[in-house]
Design a protein around this ligand. Structure first.
Ligand code: 3HC
Ligand code: NAI
Length: 700
């Protein structure tokens, strides 16, 4: 075997040359890979002993794409096009042998080979759109030529990968190889050589493009079908436009256009945010002071206490992952109601075709339900999801401490109570941790993992692993009221309420935040959750607008009237003049002057800057490890648009000196603790630094 570069080697297998990429962890197309591919294909083209070529990768995957860490840095030749041309123009048949994931530039390289084979579990995709981009190395032009336009639109503009069977059916690969992939690919190449098979270049194929020319409506239909889901995103529409360009633009011109759009998108703020977020999510699972080799505890069975809104949803995550669950309620009635909801949710998914009825039964058969906590004696982890009352939490943790085996993890799903205080009632506070799921717990991706003062390292490491098993995105946070997510939410609520008192209608505030990209504004969200959550009818004195609304019988969507009035048929919200009167009345009683000149910028700044300010205070307190973790919480737990990065990324995008000046200015005009500037922002701004310059810190 000859090394071409430190990332690419060349080996002869009879008549066939094997070009092997080895660039862990994911064989990204770093400079050494591009250079190695170029040299290797130049070499095999001239080597008379080589009759065919197999391109494969070592390690866990085929090329998973361009090296994202190189983005935004000065380009280093060769780019990707040179090796791609060397592969496509190779005078001998080239077979790409794919295992793991052929993604982005990886699939684009594979599409320059004359043939492609994959192992049964391989996946193929153009996920660039998820980074705010489009395929920048021919994907928008080659993919529709090989799979047809409809599949290419889905793969590029939505970005989800397809498996080997689907790839074979779509014509993207030529064979599925059972057994050793490289041996199979070499045999495949030998056969091509023996048959004198043609060198098939996707770029020259026109039949599927011709089909699309006869049915151009497919593009507008597709645009309509993704409009809602891709609202405000720039990249999806560009992917569609470029694929449409394949119908009428000569191949090389289209490649050039694709490259230009790729570079435009790359320079834009959306892609910057989405690339930042890609790494943020991966960082969030890393705890700097947790040794990498921490031995994990085994979690084979899980107990859940409380089968209410959260307990049932939490159970579904484990059942979906094939982990047996014992769920315990305080009485039969609550138990049956809780289990009924779980079953109903599963049946609804089955009706929608997400899985079969047998799979529903399979999941339900992993669920053991009862009213006796002693069944927790042999589970590996218990997650408590009873009412949010400290005395109750303390009493059930005392019981769990007595029942559970030594080494079992005791987790609480509290949404804001002090995890240290709960842990302190047990004889094993080191086994106690917070697992704060978000509602609906079977759907929302975020898991705030609350590290208590005493939480053992292996308990934290195991809980991180558990979150991976059940497909959650974790963010490790410290013990503080509301942890990270709800603490930021509260800041936004304070200023949103002030804005409506000053005369900005709730619908106006909501619409500015909706246009920014959030799924809904604070008032629509309040109506959806129910205005009476946390409202006590025996202790209500018109202290807030929300209390006034509850007192006047407005409960939100559930009774058709809240900040908005809801159409009984369609449930569409409309602003209600009666609410505006109530607010005006409240404001005049409290001496708040009315104005009608709030700009969008002011509304946005006033709602969002206090969030970033609180995020910075959380960092000062050591309750989050890094600012990007705070962004992960808000993107996954609250629907912050990923193209805005997260509240911390959004704020640092305007420059922390501007942020500091604005916060001081608003603070002077408006007052309130949420406008007291975080010393961390002040310090970073004065140094010309930003949140991302801070090293990750230990949770304190
Ligand atoms: N470039 C650089 N690093 C990458 C990378 C890439 N394309 N893809 C993954 N990595 C890194 C991750 O940051 C992580 O690093 P870490 O261990 O230091 O945190 C490591 O590889 C492993 O990644 P994951 O933790 O995500 O591992 P998984 O096994 O869960 O997933 C994967 C593997 C499916 C390949 C996933 O990493 C992935 O989806 N990667 C991104 C794929 C992608 O978006 N490709 C397109 C890139 S853009 C492009 O190709 C442009 C072209 O059109 C010109
Ligand atoms: P819920 O009221 O829907 O369910 C609580 C369940 O616990 C009820 O079914 C009740 O019968 C049961 N229960 C009470 N005492 C019990 C006992 N001693 N033994 C066994 N079961 C008992 O409440 P929800 O919404 O599920 O909340 C549970 C926990 O999750 C709370 O701590 C809450 O703060 C937290 N949480 C709630 C979120 C939400 O959006 N609902 C989001 C995140 C966390």
């Amino acid at each position: 075997m000859a090394a071409i570069t430190d990332m690419v080697s060349l080996e002869q297998r009879g008549d066939i040359a094997l070009v092997l990429i080895d660039n862990p962890p994911v064989n990204a197309l770093s400079h050494g890979v591009r250079l190695g591919l170029l040299r290797a294909f130049e070499q095999v083209a001239d080597d008379a002993a080589v009759k065919g070529v197999v391109l494969a990768c070592r390690g866990r995957t085929f090329i998973a794409g361009a090296d994202i860490t190189e983005f935004g840095k000065p380009p280093k030749a060769p780019g990707l096009q040179e090796p791609q041309t060397a592969i496509e123009d190779c005078p001998k048949p080239v077979v790409a042998a794919i295992h793991g994931t052929a993604l982005g530039g990886g699939l684009e390289v594979a599409m320059c080979a004359h043939y492609r084979v994959g192992d049964p579990a391989a996946q193929y995709g153009q996920p660039e759109v998820k980074l705010g981009l489009l395929p920048g190395a021919g994907g928008t032009q080659r993919l529709p030529r090989v799979t047809g336009v409809a599949k290419a639109l889905e793969m590029c503009a939505i970005g989800d990968p397809i498996g080997s069977q689907e790839a074979l059916a779509a014509g993207l690969i030529d064979a599925i190889i059972e057994g050793d992939l490289v041996d199979g690919a070499v045999a495949f190449a030998e056969q091509l050589v023996a048959e004198g098979a043609p060198l098939k270049k996707i770029r020259d194929r026109d039949e599927k493009i011709e089909e699309a020319r006869a049915n151009r409506a497919v593009f507008d239909d597709f645009r309509k079908s993704i409009a809602r889901k891709t609202r405000n995103f720039h990249a999806p529409a560009k992917n569609v436009d470029l694929i449409e360009a394949a119908l009428d633009t000569p191949f090389d011109d289209a490649l050039e256009q694709e490259r230009e759009v790729f570079e435009d998108l790359m320079a834009g703020r959306q892609s910057q945010a989405q690339r930042y977020y890609f790494f943020a999510e991966r960082q969030a699972a890393k705890v700097p002071d947790l040794p990498r080799d921490t031995a994990l505890r085994e979690v084979r069975t899980v107990g859940i206490l409380g089968a209410g809104t959260m307990g049932g949803g939490i159970a579904m995550n484990f059942l979906n992952a094939g982990v047996p669950v014992k769920i315990v309620e305080r009485d039969r009635e609550s138990l049956e109601r809780g289990i009924g909801v779980v079953r109903k949710n599963y049946q609804r998914s089955a009706r929608r075709g997400r899985f079969t009825m047998e799979q529903v039964e399979e999941r339900m058969s992993l669920l053991d339900a009862g009213t006796d906590k002693s069944v927790f004696a042999d589970v590996d982890m218990v997650i408590e999801a009873v009412f949010e009352l400290m005395p109750l939490k303390k009493s059930v943790f005392t019981e769990l401490d007595a029942i559970c085996r030594e080494g079992a993890i005791l987790a609480t799903n509290t949404s804001g109570l002090n995890v240290n205080e709960i842990a302190a009632v047990t004889k094993r506070p080191h086994d106690v941790i917070g697992t704060h799921f978000f509602s609906p717990a079977n759907v929302m991706k975020l898991l705030e993992i609350v590290r208590g003062d005493e939480t053992a390292e292996d308990v934290l490491a195991t809980t991180l692993q558990v979150s991976k098993t059940i497909g959650k995105i974790p963010a490790v946070v410290g013990v503080a009221p509301g942890f990270v997510g709800n603490r930021l939410l509260h800041q936004r609520g304070l200023e949103a309420e002030r804005l409506i008192l000053e005369g900005a209608p709730p619908a106006r505030v909501d619409s500015v935040l909706y246009e920014f990209g959030l799924p809904m504004g604070p008032f629509a969200m309040g109506d959806l959750a129910g205005l009476d959550v946390g409202w006590d009818p025996d202790d209500t004195h018109g202290r807030t607008v929300r209390e006034v609304l509850c007192e006047s019988g407005r409960r939100g969507q559930k009774n058709g009237r809240g900040y908005y009035i809801y159409d009984p048929e369609t449930r569409a919200p409309s602003p209600d003049p009666e609410v505006l009167d109530l607010i005006r009345d409240f404001a005049s009683r409290h001496g708040v002057a009315q104005r009608d000149d709030h700009s969008d910028e002011e509304i946005l700044d006033r709602c969002l800057l206090p969030m970033a300010n609180m995020g910075a205070k959380i960092l000062e307190e050591g309750k989050a490890m890094r600012s990007s973790d705070i962004d992960v919480v808000w993107v996954n737990g609250y629907g912050w648009p990923v193209y805005q990065g997260g509240p911390m990324f959004w704020a640092e995008g305007m420059g922390l000196d501007t942020v500091a000046a604005k916060i001081k200015d608003y603070g002077a005009k408006l007052g309130g603790a949420h406008w007291e500037l975080s010393p961390l922002i002040e310090q970073l701004a004065s140094e010309g630094n930003s949140f991302q310059d801070l090293p990750p810190q230990k949770i304190r």
